[in-house]
Design a binder for this molecule. Structure first.
Ligand SMILES: *[C@@H]1O[C@H](CO)[C@@H](O)[C@H](O)[C@H]1NC(C)=O
Ligand SMILES: *[C@@H]1O[C@H](CO)[C@@H](O)[C@H](O)[C@H]1NC(C)=O
Ligand SMILES: *[C@@H]1O[C@H](CO)[C@@H](O)[C@H](O)[C@H]1NC(C)=O
Length: 379
């Protein structure tokens, strides 16, 4: 029985890796071409307005949001089959660091255990794109593994019974860092079949699910009070409600346990019910009479859509997809109605017109929403 279950797990992992290589799944409908075309327009504008080819960074960007943008360009190319941004990765700040075996990742990460894991996700996506093109992505995979080991070393059982610290200052345990560790561990296992990753994923979910970070509405607050280990009641940012779902999707596949998909949908459903206005995501700092979101906060809604995409990739279940399809479509529609300019800049307020700001993070969020809609929204 055990051996048979393992064999089944291996077969499904092989199928997942095959699909992640960028080969279309025959059983899924074609992605929505019109939406992918809008996504490409947004990506082109993101690159022309903000990307600095000399530094390989985005003007007004940050390491972690740059990582998301790099990931998204490759998510788009894997979706539409193009090579439009195929030369970006190797010339980017992050890509050059990944290609250089001498990179001191501890220095580059600067103690930031959440930022580090967005880099892992970007490096894996670049590697998937390269694999789909028959190119060598091994340096990207290798660097991702190096970063992963640094983060795994930041796990601590001493304070609040477990969890990865937010930073090497070791003064805060928060949702995003631990949701990302669930995702990089579970999804990492699906990629490399390394038991250490699966053990870490289960260890993380065992802790996270008991941590009190998910409140009675089903939403993850920002973090824990370090002294008391109580939920600190701080903001329920949208991205915290979907990165955990992507992680649970991967762990559900790894453990062959669909109850983890149900757990994933607790925070997704809570987002739809509590963090939207008129069916459109609304960050607490979003305001059509003037946003108070900072640059970081401008990307969160897009990350929610991207990680719903990743969750649905893992769940691979038409009923679960149907549950979120219209909502994903509504986000893209709202951006088209309220937040996109003729030049294909995207503002950070989607739920109503006005009040938004333009920056690389908001454009990246728009790109994410369109790619997710192309894959799973109604076309
Ligand atoms: C997804 O589900 C379909 C049937 O519902 C199955 O044929 C296919 O192999 C699954 N794909 C993966 C990657 O598990
Ligand atoms: C590194 O972290 C320190 C302390 O958090 C911060 O003051 C500094 O600005 C960071 N450096 C970079 C390059 O981000
Ligand atoms: C599994 O991953 C761990 C942590 O990255 C690493 O130390 C170990 O060498 C890996 N095992 C194999 C067989 O690759």
């Amino acid at each position: 029985m055990f051996a048979f279950a393992r064999l089944l797990a291996f077969v499904s992992v092989a199928a997942l890796l095959w699909s992640e290589g960028g080969v279309a799944r025959p059983q899924r409908r074609a992605q929505c071409a019109a939406t992918l075309s809008t996504a490409k327009d947004v990506a082109n504008r993101l690159q022309s307005r903000y990307y600095n080819t000399l530094t390989g960074q985005y003007n007004d960007g940050e390491l972690w949001t740059d990582s998301n943008a790099l990931e998204d360009l490759h998510n788009l190319m894997l979706a539409d089959g193009s090579d439009d941004f195929g030369d970006v990765a190797d010339q980017s700040y992050i890509g050059k660091a990944a290609l250089n075996s001498g990179t001191n990742w501890n220095d580059l990460l600067n103690g930031s255990n959440d930022d580090a894991q967005w880099i892992i996700l970007a490096l894996w996506k670049v590697a998937d794109y390269k694999a789909a093109k028959g190119q060598d992505g091994s340096a990207y995979v290798s660097s991702a593994g190096t970063i992963y080991d640094i983060i795994a070393g930041e796990w601590d059982d001493g304070t609040c019974g477990g969890g990865v610290w937010w930073s090497t200052k070791h003064d805060y345990k928060n949702s995003i860092t631990n949701e990302l560790f669930l995702l990089t561990s579970a999804y990492g296992y699906l990629r490399n079949q390394n038991q250490t990753y699966l053990d870490n994923a289960n260890k993380e979910w065992n802790w996270l699910s008991q941590s009190g970070l998910r409140n009675s509405d089903g939403l993850y607050n920002d973090g824990l009070v370090t002294n008391t280990c109580q939920n600190n009641g701080q903001t329920t940012w949208t991205y915290n409600q979907a990165v955990v779902a992507a992680g649970l999707g991967a762990l559900g596949v790894a453990n062959q346990d669909t109850s983890l998909f149900d757990e994933a949908e607790v925070s997704l459903d809570a987002t739809v019910n509590h963090l939207a206005s008129g069916g459109v995501l609304k960050e607490s700092c979003d305001d059509s009479s003037g946003t108070s979101c900072n640059a970081d906060q401008s990307i969160f809604k897009g990350i929610w859509t991207k990680h719903v995409q990743y969750y649905l990739d893992q769940a691979n279940d038409s009923a679960r997809t149907a549950k979120y399809s219209a909502f994903l479509g509504a986000q893209a529609d709202a951006i088209n109605t309220n937040a996109i300019t003729a030049d294909k800049d995207v503002g950070n307020v989607w739920y109503a017109s006005g009040g938004g700001q333009e920056n690389p993070q908001a454009s990246t969020a728009g790109l994410e929403a369109f790619v997710a809609d192309a894959k799973y929204g109604p076309c």
